[in-house]
Design a protein around this ligand. Structure first.
Ligand code: CAA
Length: 405
């Protein structure tokens, strides 16, 4: 067992240290929440753009069997930006919501980190654009983090480490993961498009504590990249699937360490993944199970019990790149009893990945941030295939051809 495991094994956190025999059985088995003053997520804010598209409409436009997008890729709807609205706007609104919900003094924010792969300038960080919109200036370390879809996780972990190191001198951090994921029209990635932002105030762990231990794996690859000056990403689809699965296997191996694999995997109530499209997550979960020598049925059961339920919001948002994992974590934390353990697997093409655990805090049960996404889902306008085509500046012939087929 690694030193890290011996310090903070999930089973210890969930069940240990209740030795008082006067406690009731229920108390003895109640999961242990974050300690007072533990660093973690104190507030969450989410924002989606005001347009959406059902992937079945896209299938109609492209003349594709809708089952390919819904069953084959596991997608449902995608969030889309109208012209003139972009990553900075999404990030700023998510940040405003997170700060308001936090209720702290914004002058206590000493770090602003924006993870994104939708940079708008090669030099000026996205954080400067966002800071301008939300009026955050002064004694603030402000920067952008780029590592494809992994950038938001890196920003969050850096903020937590900044707090834990003492460098924050008690101040809070604002971390935002925000992206607009668009592919070229008719690209195989088109049904997986999406957009959105998740912002966190990192301060006390009233919503969730984040483990010190984390397990990273990287291996340089050209699986998905966007050369400077090009609007849309280039993708080696099969390689990207393979890299994602390898990354998951390696991170989970490290997480398990010397522990019995089944016990380690059961130690979290749910496992959240980066969700490029839901079927990718299923493939990765089954791959991890297979690499552990589990039967296909056991792998499927693991997926259904621990993973499938974490992607409800993702199915309606699409891939929001850096925000995608954090949409899943935000949904999964809603309603969780303090002390409940969940796991988070982050993947960014190129590739880098990391796996770590979170422990729900006392305000997770209330799940106040769910109102952000519910409000945005309710108020958004769903486009028809024709409106989407028009929005993308395409001729309507494609839709007519699809209809006629
Ligand atoms: N009914 C039901 N299922 C159908 C179907 C039908 N009529 N037609 C096809 N399918 C199934 C296929 O069998 C396949 O399922 P399996 O993989 O389980 O066999 C699935 O639909 C997809 O079909 P294809 O493999 O033919 O799909 P494709 O080649 O058109 O595109 C893709 C798939 C390459 C993933 C594409 O969506 C893409 O390029 N996506 C962007 C890259 C990506 O998301 N990669 C993931 C890892 S990288 C990452 O995580 C970073 C990131 O966020 C981008």
């Amino acid at each position: 067992m690694t030193k890290a495991h011996s310090q903070r094994s999930p089973s210890q956190r969930s069940h240990g240290q209740h030795s008082d025999s006067s406690q009731s059985k229920a108390q003895r088995h109640a999961p242990k929440g974050p300690a007072d003053g533990e660093v973690g997520i104190a507030s969450i804010g989410i924002h989606l753009p005001p347009l959406g598209l059902d992937v079945r409409e896209l299938a109609r436009l492209r003349g594709v069997d809708p089952n390919k997008f819904t069953l084959g890729l596991g997608c449902g709807e995608m969030a889309l930006c109208p012209e003139g609205l972009g990553t900075v706007d999404l990030a700023a609104e998510a940040a405003r919501r997170a700060i308001e919900r936090w209720g702290g003094d914004p002058s206590r924010i000493g770090l602003l980190a924006v993870g994104s792969e939708s940079a708008v300038d090669m030099s000026r960080p996205l954080s400067a654009f966002v800071a301008e919109k939300i009026g955050l200036r002064g004694a603030v370390r402000s920067y952008e983090v780029k590592h494809a879809c992994y950038g938001g996780t890196l920003a969050l972990r850096q903020a937590v480490e900044w707090k834990r190191s003492g460098a924050s001198r008690g101040r809070a951090a604002l971390v935002i993961a925000a992206d607009v994921a668009l592919y070229a029209p008719q690209d195989p990635g088109e049904p997986t498009q999406g957009a959105g932002a998740v912002a966190f105030v990192v301060d006390d762990a009233r919503i969730a504590a984040i483990d010190v231990d984390s397990f990273a794996w990287s291996d340089p690859a050209f699986d998905f990249w966007r050369p400077v000056g090009e609007s849309f990403p280039r993708v080696d689809g099969p390689l990207s699937l393979d890299c994602y699965k390898r990354a998951a296997e390696q991170c989970f191996r490290q997480w398990i360490g010397e522990r019995p694999a089944r016990q380690a995997m059961q130690s979290a109530e749910a496992w959240c993944f980066h969700v490029p499209f839901p079927k990718m997550v299923k493939k990765a979960a089954l791959h991890v199970a297979d690499s552990l020598g589990w039967s296909e049925d056991e792998g499927k059961e693991f997926f259904e019990r621990k993973v499938a339920g974490t992607m409800g919001w993702n199915r309606r948002v699409g891939n929001s790149y850096t925000a995608s994992l954090w949409m899943s974590v935000a949904e999964t934390l809603v309603g969780k009893e303090s002390g409940t353990r969940i796991g988070a697997f982050s993947y960014g093409s190129g590739f880098g990945s990391e796996l770590f655990g979170l422990t729900a805090g006392p305000e997770a049960a209330e799940g106040a941030w769910a109102e952000d996404i519910e409000k945005d889902f309710e108020s958004r306008s769903m486009l028809t295939a024709e409106q989407y085509a028009e929005q993308r500046g395409e001729v309507m012939e494609a839709a007519d051809e699809a209809d006629a087929a």
